[in-house]
Design a protein around this ligand. Structure first.
Ligand SMILES: [Zn+2]
Length: 437
């Protein structure tokens, strides 16, 4: 990279790290995105009776999922461009009845959300974020563990001196998910409830209607003497979701084709639920955009969806020199190789994959190369070693061309994931090139 690009890359990385520092849950990723959208002149869809060329609009859903768009020159029935990423990340959720006391220690009982390696969550400073909704509808926001002076939380592990039996176990059996519970206090549950009442004004029963998430405590950090990497919780998939947002925010002028982003929830548990991509949110939002441009026929929505294209903005595995036996040799994503275009994901025999057609891959190659973006073509890993999926299959359902395209990560789904600044920056540039092509 030349001097100018290095400066741009550093500036972008700083912006992204600032976003991540706030966006530690999907709710916070959402509210921070809306804040940035509004600052850039985007308005809630309810403020528009009609939409015209160049209008900047967003539609949020349940405070977790958002779609934003800049209306382009071509009629929307001829298709739109979408960059879609997710903002939920693997974590530990509070159970509905989280509090229990065992031999003088009080715990928060948790339920795993998303694919984690359980042992990575032991002996780690943890923070708690979320919302408690009281019966009268009043919401109490919780954010504890990241402000200076805050306490953190921890899941304890066994000392090596007494771990002889434990070490004989297989990794999967080594720590039952049911034991992945967070130390809340030492003493009686009643004493803890008094502290909770004083700090948050809630009773034990209020936990029944709460969404509290246990996530790693701490802010994103630069890694390495060359500072080329960023360690952070939740790169997957805020690194791509933010790159899409940033590309839309920085788009100059009016695009030819309506440019849009989706930042969605629930990808890590199969895109289920009202805020996941299997819901009708996306279709409904497209219909809301069309009706404000004079379209009242359902067929217009179908036509728009079918003729649209999408970059499914999700991370992929970067080849780790220490784990070469899982690489799809020659087809693995390299660090600093730029975002990785994955024609397909899925399992061994492309099971569950949305295999992009060659014609669309060619279109993507062209606009990336024309804009001198650093990018690479890759598979997630060796066949028969595992696999994974993204939201692409749920968008492909509409008949549109979709391809997976995102930042390569080391230790994906770990409490702290690693991405190079260059790959973060090129991901942003790639999405911007798509909007501008
Ligand atoms: Zn993931």
């Amino acid at each position: 990279m030349d001097k100018k690009l290095i400066a741009e890359c550093e500036a972008y990385s700083k912006e992204y790290m600032d976003y991540l520092s706030v966006a530690k849950t999907e709710r916070r990723a959402y509210s921070q995105a809306v804040k940035l959208l509004e600052k850039a002149g985007f308005k809630d869809i309810s403020k528009f009776k009609t939409l015209k060329l160049g209008d900047k609009v967003y539609r949020g859903y349940h405070g977790k999922t958002v779609m934003a768009a800049i209306i382009g020159k071509k009629p929307m029935v001829e298709g739109i461009r979408v960059v879609g990423g997710h903002t939920d990340a693997p974590r530990l959720d509070f159970k509905p009845k989280p509090l229990y006391e065992k031999d003088g220690v009080v715990y928060f009982d948790t339920h795993i959300y998303g694919g984690i390696k359980k042992f990575q969550w032991l002996v780690l400073p943890l923070a708690i974020y979320g919302t408690i909704v009281k019966k009268n509808g009043v919401k109490v926001d919780v954010a504890i563990g990241d402000k200076p002076g805050d306490p953190v939380f921890m899941i304890s592990d066994l000392l090596p001196h007494l771990a002889h039996d434990l070490e004989q176990k297989k990794l999967k059996e080594f720590f039952p998910a049911e034991d992945l519970d967070v130390i809340a206090s030492v003493g009686k549950k009643e004493e803890l409830l008094k502290i909770i009442k004083k700090e948050f004004g809630v009773d034990e029963a209020d936990f029944l209607s709460a969404e509290l998430e246990v996530v790693p405590a701490g802010m994103p950090r630069e890694v390495g003497l060359d500072r080329s990497l960023i360690a952070a919780y939740g790169h997957d998939d805020r690194v791509c979701a933010y790159a899409g947002l940033s590309a839309l925010l920085k788009l100059k002028g009016t695009p030819d084709v309506t440019a849009s982003i989706v930042m969605c929830d629930k990808e890590e548990i199969g895109s289920m639920g009202a805020t996941g991509m299997q819901s009708s949110f996306f279709e409904n939002t497209v219909a809301e955009l069309l009706v404000r441009q004079g379209s009242t026929m359902d067929i217009d929505v179908r036509r728009c969806l079918e003729k649209s294209t999408m970059l499914s903005a999700d991370v992929t595995a970067a080849a780790d020199p220490h784990f070469k036996d899982v690489d799809s040799t020659g087809n693995e994503a390299k660090l600093k190789g730029g975002p990785a275009l994955s024609k397909y994901t899925g399992g061994t025999s492309k099971g569950g994959a949305s295999d992009a057609r060659a014609e669309f891959v060619a279109v993507v190659r062209k606009f990336l190369d024309d804009d001198k973006v650093t990018w690479q073509m890759a598979e997630l890993g060796k066949m028969e070693k595992g696999g994974g999926g993204t939201i692409s299959q749920y968008m492909a359902r509409f008949g549109m061309d979709v391809i997976d395209f995102g930042t390569p990560l080391l230790n994906m789904h770990a409490p702290w994931e690693l991405a190079t600044k260059e790959d973060c920056y090129w991901t942003f540039r790639a999405y911007k090139a798509y909007f501008e092509a």
